[in-house]
Design a protein around this ligand. Sequence first.
Ligand code: SAM
Ligand code: SF4
Length: 335
Amino acid sequence: MATPALIDPFGRKIDYLRISVTDRCDFRCTYCMDENVTFLAREQILSLEEIVYVAKTFISMGTKRIRITGGEPLVRKNILWAIEQIANTTGLEELTITTNGSQLYKMAQSLLDAGVSRINISLDTLKAERFHRLTRRDKFQQVIEGIDAVSQLPFKRLKINSVMLKQHNDDELFDLANFALERKMDISFIEEMPLGMITDHDRAATYFSSDDVIETLSQHYDLTPSNMTTSGPTNYYQVAGYDHKIGVISPHSHNFCDACNRVRLTVEGRLLLCLGNEHSKDLKTTIRQRTGDAANDVAQLESAIIEALALKPHKHHFTLDDAPQILRFMSATGG
Ligand code: SAM
Ligand code: SF4
């Protein structure tokens, strides 16, 4: 019997999987997690072999793109092995990663060799002291060294991701855009999402909309909306005089759910159907009940995935006025 295609109840084709390979991180970004965060115990998380198994099952069901994320994916031991296994699976068109950049200075070449085609690097400031405050870690130079290392290699595409917070880093919009464009990288500016309870700042007070980003940058650049899509939620703008683009990710101001093509696997083996809703299905139990009868085991996992898709909600509802509805941090979600 042919493998069923991954179509959700709203007719959206799901061909993009984001996998969080760890909830751990060497940073503590103020908008993402608290300084004192309790990480999952080893027995709660999927092994790399289990992650590869789920990824390969998704690919056999039509998944074309996989993004490896976290937590910080590059701090997970032996992650290169898993990346290589997934990247070389027939049917997958693209394996990408999102990273805070702290390990790139030593892993850039290995990531290219393992089959990573695109890298998103998170960088919210170009000021070392401010970087320390925002990430609660003093690794600015190490991240810049990592960005320099990947810039010299033939990755298909490199992009900077910057979360914009009013009165924290909005004065650096132009400098960050310039930093990326001059290095032949794209850049996306992200509206902060209300994921998890944080104590560092009031999210409603620091909200900086994508419309404000574009309005501010238009004072420096000639921007034209671009029809480029990269299977993520970014709206891109062509910048006159540059080959690379500026994008905005606007979960508040421009709900992007209609074009949603993705689901997320958490490191606990939970399939999340939506970033902004709690709808999810446990796949870990199914994976751990494997009997050794390969065809039957895969069929069980496929059924669980199909059942999960039926739970995919139409859209997320983020609000900054109330306490966060979603209690998991972005690091546990897989951004
Ligand atoms: N550690 C890696 C990194 O920072 O790139 C990958 C995981 S991180 C959770 C993925 C992305 O989510 C980063 O670009 C980060 O800036 C973003 N992020 C984290 N918390 C967020 C929030 N509350 N709202 C919007 N973006 C957030
Ligand atoms: Fe870590 Fe990424 Fe969250 Fe920052 S945004 S704390 S780097 S997972």
